[in-house]
Write a protein that binds this ligand. Structure first.
Ligand SMILES: Cc1cc2nc3c(=O)[nH]c(=O)nc-3n(C[C@H](O)[C@H](O)[C@H](O)COP(=O)(O)OP(=O)(O)OC[C@H]3O[C@@H](n4cnc5c(N)ncnc54)[C@H](O)[C@@H]3O)c2cc1C
Length: 273
C-alpha cells in the first residue's frame, strides 16, 4: 500500500516545528527517522495531513556533556549512539548496537523511539533503568518527564499533540557502576519478546531493575533491585527472580519463563566481572 497524500515541511528550528504543529492542519505529525511512522503511513494506520521533518534540526542533534549527566538531542540516531563511547553512559552504546539492523539504526532516533512508545522497544526500557529524564518542549516552554513515567500505555506517552521531545538527560554512572541488558529476539533485528535492564552504581547507591516487552510500559522491580544492591550476587536466586517477575509477567508460562530468564541474564551481566 502507499501512503495517503500529505503536505511536508522541514523547519530549520524548534520554533518552526512548534508553529507548524499549531498551524491549523487537521493532523500534523512530526517525522524524525521515519522508521516507525512511515510504515504506519504506508499501511494507512496513520493519516497525517502534514509531516514536519525534524531530522536535520541542529538543536536536536547535539550530545552535550553536562558534568553529572549527558544531554542527547532527540534527533540523534541509534547509529550515532552505537558509534560513540559516552563516558559514564556505556549502556547507551550496548543498547543502540542491539536495535534492529544498521539501516534502521542509521535513521531511527532516540526521540522517535520514545514517542512511538512500542512496549517492546529498547530505549523506553533502557532509559527507565538509567533514571533518565525526557525534555519536552511546547508553546509554554520546557518540561521534564522522568523516563520511567513517560510511556502511559502501549503507543501512548505524556506528550501532547502540540509538544515535541527535544532531548533526553542521562545521568552519568560512576566508573564502579555495572549495568546489564538482555533481550530475547527470535531473529537478530527483531523486536524482543522479553527484555530486562539493570543498573547498579555503588557510588550513587543507585540500584534499578526494569523488565520490558510487556503489554504496556517497562515495569520496575524495585524490591529485588534493592535486595541485590545490599546483598550482591547471593540474592540472585531463581525463586527471588520469579517472585519479583511473575506478578507482572502475564499468565502464559512460556512468557513468564522468558521474562524471568531476561531478568536473570541482565543481573548476571551486572555481576559478570
Ligand atoms: C525492521 C525494524 C526493526 C526494528 N527493531 C527495533 C528494535 O529491535 N528495538 C527498538 O527499540 N526499535 C526497533 N525498531 C524501531 C526503530 O527503533 C525506530 O527507529 C523508532 O521506533 C522510531 O524512531 P524514528 O526516529 O524512526 O521515529 P519516526 O518513525 O519518525 O516517528 C515515530 C513517532 O514518533 C513521533 N516523533 C518522532 N520524533 C519525535 C520528537 N522528537 N518529538 C515528538 N514526536 C516525535 C512521530 O510523530 C511518530 O509518531 C525497528 C524498526 C524497524 C523498521
Amino acid at each position: 500500500m502507499k501512503a495517503p497524500a500529505f503536505d511536508y515541511v522541514r523547519p530549520s528550528d524548534i520554533g518552526g516545528v512548534l508553529a507548524a504543529l499549531q498551524g491549523g492542519h487537521a493532523m500534523a505529525k512530526v517525522v524524525a527517522g521515519g522508521q516507525s511512522l512511515l510504515p504506519m503511513l504506508n499501511l494507512r494506520l496513520a493519516r497525517p495531513t502534514l509531516l514536519i521533518d525534524i531530522a536535520r534540526i541542529d538543536a536536536l542533534r547535539t550530545i552535550d556533556d553536562r558534568g553529572t549527566s549527558v544531554r542527547i538531542g532527540a534527533a540523534i540516531t541509534h547509529a550515532e549512539l552505537e558509534d560513540r563511547d559516552i563516558a559514564g553512559c556505556a549502556m547507551l552504546r550496548t543498547v543502540a548496537t542491539g536495535i534492529a539492523y544498521r539501516s534502521v539504526r542509521n535513521r531511527g532516533t532516540i526521540g522517535g523511539s520514545l514517542v512511538h512508545a512500542d512496549p517492546a522497544a529498547d530505549w523506553p526500557l533502557a532509559l527507565a533503568a538509567l533514571g533518565a529524564t525526557i525534555i519536552v518542549e511546547g508553546k509554554s516552554g520546557n518540561r521534564a518527564v522522568p523516563a520511567d513515567s513517560f510511556m502511559r500505555a502501549a503507543f501512548q506517552t505524556r506528550i501532547t499533540d502540540d509538544e515535541i521531545v527535544v532531548a533526553v538527560d542521562v545521568p552519568k554512572l560512576s566508573p564502579a557502576a555495572r549495568t546489564g541488558y538482555y533481550k530475547f529476539c527470535r531473529k537478530t533485528g527483531e523486536f524482543p519478546e522479553a527484555s530486562a535492564a539493570a543498573v547498579f552504581d555503588p557510588v550513587s547507591r543507585r540500584a534499578r531493575l526494569y523488565v520490558g516487552a510487556l503489554s504496556g510500559p517497562p515495569q520496575p522491580l524495585d524490591n529485588l533491585a534493592t535486595t541485590i544492591a545490599e546483598n550482591g550476587i547471593t540474592a540472585i536466586t531463581e525463586a527471588a527472580v520469579a517472585a519479583a517477575v511473575d506478578p507482572i509477567a502475564g499468565h502464559d508460562p512460556a512468557e513468564r519463563r522468558m521474562r524471568r530468564a531476561a531478568v536473570m541474564r541482565a543481573l548476571k551481566d551486572v555481576f559478570a566481572s
